[in-house]
Design a protein around this ligand. Structure first.
Ligand code: FMN
Length: 206
């Protein structure tokens, strides 16, 4: 059985464009793979707190030595890591907010990047431990940035995923969503077509 983990990071929860694109992908994926298990982590509905020095310190501490705040941070981190470890396919909703990734998503990355757990340092440099996963990212933006130096998201998200061991990463973009109705319609139609293409390839491979 395939497990899909869907990360929602839109402020608007399931109404967010990035959430809706990921939902469309999930539906297509489930149609192609019977018995898919879906885990949804909605970072707007249940925000992951900012990582603090105390919480970070607790990640490396022995369980019995952790303060209550460290225990809470480590338990949340353990739960988030268990979800992504279990996933064969990871779907990430990636809205652009104020020229960057949503702070909720950054907080999630901060809680799943754990030395000795999801990556380790070797004599050849860091090695990611979350391997063998396929990732599809749904990037939604009011403006148009893909392929320009103003796209602060694609490089960062690819880098952190690679650092954690995920190298099979595809981006679906819907840009120009704030540039009028025609622009929005076109962007969503193109993103929908990209999702259908990927889903069709899945069906052929299944
Ligand atoms: C708080 C906020 C900040 C935004 N900042 C940007 C921005 O810097 N650049 C941009 O192109 N669009 C920006 N937008 C537009 C969003 O990228 C666009 O609405 C997109 O659909 C968000 O994805 P979502 O619908 O999944 O939340 C912003 C929207 C909000 C609500």
């Amino acid at each position: 059985m395939t497990t899909v983990l869907q990360i929602k990071s839109s402020l608007f929860g399931e109404r967010g464009q990035s959430s809706q694109l990921a939902d469309a992908f999930t539906a297509a994926y489930q149609a192609a793979h019977s018995g898919t298990r879906l885990i949804v982590r909605d970072l707007a509905a249940s925000p992951v707190p900012h990582l603090t020095a105390e919480g970070f310190g607790g990640f490396g501490a022995e369980q019995q030595e952790r303060t209550p705040a460290q225990r809470a941070a480590a338990e949340l981190s353990d739960a988030l890591i268990a979800e992504i470890r279990a996933a064969d396919v990871v779907l990430i909703g990636l809205p652009m907010y104020n020229f960057g990734i949503p702070s909720a998503l950054k907080a999630w990355f901060d809680h799943i990047a754990r030395a000795g757990v999801t990556f380790r340092y070797t004599e050849n440099g860091p090695a990611g431990l979350l391997t063998g996963k396929r990732v599809v990212v749904f990037a939604t933006r009011g403006g148009v940035y893909a392929g320009t130096p103003h796209d602060t998201q694609t490089g960062y998200v690819r880098d952190i995923l690679r650092f954690l061991g995920m190298t099979d990463v595809q981006f679906v973009y819907a840009e120009g969503l704030a540039l009028g109705e025609a622009s929005q319609r076109k962007a969503l139609a193109e993103a929908g077509a990209a999702i259908a293409r990927i889903a069709q390839a899945e069906r052929l491979a299944a």
